[in-house]
Design a protein around this ligand. Structure first.
Ligand code: NAG
Ligand code: NAG
Ligand code: NAG
Ligand code: NAG
Ligand code: NAG
Length: 278
């Protein structure tokens, strides 16, 4: 089930393009319930501990080898569930560095920890979702979160761009359905826009332990959030999958000027509607 994008999103998006970051943008956090009162202290402590465990897993070997790890911390009443996932094009060091940045963001959240949230950055190089219930992270759900960052949601230059984007994304969705993603449930694609020199870079990823049908459902669901026909780039993040596309190269294999330390933080927007669906 995909979500509508709150109108507020567009307003804040323009602020992001102007580099005017608010506290939440710096923290790169999105929650289902941003306006509620602080989560209980013991839960917040468990989230901090969870985040530390995730960080230590990401740096448990040298060179780092893990790109995904899920765990939970605490007593049942205040248990924190979560995972980290790095994008499939990241090497171990970049993954570790991204998880470290996300961990620092969580450390800085203090009273704004929130219940069903995640922390990311504008290129979605890695993701740390966390929640006070395991269902939030379940594979059966198909929840789409829309987010923007630098350069996202610029007006599409041509209908050829639109057509190429749409077709290529459909091909990636088909690959997911027919188990044609990598073992890490990850795929990228670079395509030429017909009749121009412009290229489109596309990336999809599911959690690596997700069965193909669930990965495919998850991607199809968040795909509905894509604003094809209007934009040259954008991204949608689900609890269990993500997609990103751009007319500028942004993933490792296609871009040698990959800069692991340039982490421009964004807010990922979450509609509280999804809570009803969970
Ligand atoms: C999670 O947090 C929300 C908001 O505080 C609360 O209503 C809910 O009962 C909590 N769920 C669990 C399983 O603790
Ligand atoms: C995968 O999706 C199917 C269909 O939506 C669902 O019935 C199943 O429980 C999901 N699998 C897991 C492991 O959650
Ligand atoms: C799997 O993906 C590769 C690369 O995109 C493509 O060449 C191939 O035709 C696909 N196979 C199937 C069965 O879709
Ligand atoms: C872009 O493509 C989508 C999907 O094919 C279509 O629904 C939409 O009308 C197109 N928009 C433009 C401006 O070409
Ligand atoms: C990407 O699209 C934007 C907006 O249409 C445009 O300004 C920019 O030059 C494009 N980048 C490339 C590499 O074509």
């Amino acid at each position: 089930m995909a979500l509508g994008i709150p109108f507020l999103f567009l307003t804040i998006l323009s602020q992001i393009s102007n580099f005017a970051l608010s506290a939440n943008e710096i923290n790169g956090q999105g929650c289902t319930n941003l306006d509620e009162r602080p989560a209980p202290l013991n839960y917040r402590n468990n989230v901090h501990q969870l985040s530390s465990l995730l960080l230590s897993d990401s740096s448990s070997s040298d060179p780092p080898t893990h790109s995904y790890f899920t765990t939970s911390v605490g007593e049942v009443s205040a248990r924190a569930y979560g995972y980290y996932l790095c994008r499939g094009d990241l090497n171990g060091k970049d993954c570790q560095s991204c998880v470290e940045t996300a961990h620092k963001s969580i450390t800085n959240l203090d009273r704004n920890i929130g219940n069903d949230c995640f922390v990311s950055e504008s290129n979605v190089k890695c993701l740390i979702p966390y929640a006070n219930r395991s269902e939030f992270l379940g594979f059966g759900e198909e929840i789409g979160f829309s987010g923007g960052g630098y350069g996202d949601y610029l007006t599409s230059s041509s209908s050829q761009y639109n057509t190429t984007l749409s077709n290529s994304m459909q091909e990636l969705l088909r690959d997911a359905r027919y188990q044609n993603l990598t073992k890490a449930n990850f795929a990228t694609r670079v395509v030429m826009v017909e009749g121009s020199r412009e290229k489109i870079y596309l990336l999809v990823q599911c959690r690596p332990d997700m069965p193909p049908i669930n990965c495919s459902n998850c991607l199809s669901s968040i795909h509905d959030e894509m604003r094809i026909g209007r934009t040259t780039s954008g991204k949608v993040i689900g609890v269990n999958c993500l997609l990103k596309y751009s007319n500028e190269s942004f993933f490792g294999g296609a871009n040698n000027s990959f800069l692991p330390n340039f982490l421009s933080i964004i807010v990922v927007f979450v509609s509280s509607v999804c809570l009803v669906l969970v």
